[in-house]
Write a protein that binds this ligand. Sequence first.
Ligand code: ATP
Length: 272
Amino acid sequence: MTDMTEGYTTADGRRIGPVLMDLRNITLRFGGVEAIKNISFDIREGEIRAIIGPNGAGKSSMLNVISGFYHPQEGEVWFRGRKRPPMKPYEVARQGIARTFQNIALFEGMSVLDNIMTGRLTLMKTGMLSQAVWWGRAQREEVAHREKVERIIDFLEIQSIRKTPVGRLPYGLKKRVELARALAAEPKLLLLDEPMAGMNVEEKEDMCRFILDVNDEFGTTIALIEHDMGVVMDLSDRVVVMDYGKKIGDGTPDEIRNNQDVIDAYLGVSHD
Ligand SMILES: Nc1ncnc2c1ncn2[C@@H]1O[C@H](COP(=O)(O)OP(=O)(O)OP(=O)(O)O)[C@@H](O)[C@H]1O
């Protein structure tokens, strides 16, 4: 049943594809601090992959390596079967990797719609100059972008706030707009940095449902950092556990729940 190159079907019938991103022996240092110590793991097409661990374990640093914000001193990043040379975050975005941030990073004075449109910037072919000289093409492109964005707005059920400035929205809705903006880039791999942080129970339930629906409907592969263990165990196909920059566990939620190293380092203690 498990074919490591082509993918496999999980016990509950989820189809997991071949490896999309392969992180090989990644080491990342900040001066004398080794934030990531020789870690390897992969992310498969179609899966929801969680990265968990105590504060300071190196989770955000790892997400920043994946998004191209940090360049590891050692190790290799493979994406879609190719070794990725060091590149700028916008180049990584163009390759099909989008992200949301731990602290919301939206334009507060701009409407929901305009914020989501900024997510499509990496996909836009016509720049300002060609818009001036070749207006028809630019206009057609704009219409096509708007159609994609409207679909995402419908999907995430935010039609009623599409004209509202983001600054006026409650926290949970801002997080949903951030998700919408990341989705607007039509990513192959979506990185979510603590998508439930600061949310109440109802907002968390909504966000969980949207993450599952995005994965299901758009086939988007998702890697997320999350502290809420209930959420992690419910959502994820596989979980990587980090502690002091090292990988101490990697497997299905059930395997992680029963991993003694993980229980000792993380699950046995409160982490809210
Ligand atoms: N830009 C930086 N410069 C120096 N040290 C850093 C930097 N970013 C992270 N670190 C250090 O690297 C280690 C890992 O930090 P990181 O933020 O990746 O952990 P984390 O698991 O995401 O923590 P949290 O759950 O608190 O967000 C910590 O010791 C941190 O102080």
